[in-house]
Design a protein around this ligand. Sequence first.
Ligand code: ARG
Ligand code: ZN
Ligand code: CA
Length: 333
Amino acid sequence: MKKLLLGILVIGSISSCNSDNITNPSEDVSSTTESSDLVKRGCPSEEIRQEALKNSSELRQRFAALEANTEKFANDLKIGKVLADGTVEIPVIVNVLYNTTAENVSDARIAEQIAVLNQDYTATNSDVNKIPTEFQVVSSGDTKVKFRLVNTIRKKTNTKSWRTNDAMKKASSGGIDATSPTNYLNMWVVGKMTSQGSTILGYATFPESAGLWNDGVVIAAPFFGKTGASSPFNLGRTATHEVGHYLNLRHIWGDANCGNDLVADTPTQTTANYGKPSYPLYNTCSGVQRSVMFMNYMDYVDDAAMFMFSAGQKTRMQSVVATSGARAGLRVY
Ligand code: ARG
Ligand code: ZN
Ligand code: CA
């Protein structure tokens, strides 16, 4: 009889409290069916919870962790690190090592670079409309990652050309020490950089390096920002590409012939693309011919030829900045 009454209550959705009655045998069910009582509703969830907490240390532990986590999230929101729509705003430190004055990139150019990152990562870049229809369905849209410049540190150096050995990241080797790399994305801008004799636009550490002394992104001045930068890498997309690595994206060709970038929605492609390929471009891997996504930021094409991340890439980046992710520290000042 009681079961039947409960059934009626649920179906009629008279009760607003789903856990009502189920573990509270003391409640007088019959009285709730009197219409005069329906106006004052009783929800015993909290009382039931308190009783359960009293009886279980495991639950008490979970409760404490839950509330601590909730408070942290609320605090992150308050200080602007996690925006109301869930966007994580990464605080950025720019470390400039210059030999010539031209290499001492201006504040305006740094602002320009941060603006490019924000446009590319929120898919508000002016060339987003160039994404082929075929790839629009798998494009990331807003990745919910943004960037905010916190500080710029400048240092004149006699070093004219740098290598990819992290020397720029240590004061003891003529560089600038990272500022709290757990909590800030450190970017180093160096005048010139080579590896085995060839020009390097930039390089980055992946999330397993989170918080280490060498964690961050290095970009050579001619490829940083837009105004005064060197064509065809003068649209600020070297930073977009390197920050992609920093947030755990691999090259779209998987750094091997028909390699794997661990992203399902980026078509397997044979190798890197350069310049300004024309769409569609077909590659065959394991006997399967595919139109490849050379306009992805994680390929090697010119700045003007890259304008998208995929949804799968967004998921990888989101997992890194999540509360549980390797770069969760970027949420906290
Ligand atoms: N690490 C790559 C390089 O040094 C960066 C490529 C960036 N691509 C670009 N279009 N900006 O070549
Ligand atoms: Zn790369
Ligand atoms: Ca892929």
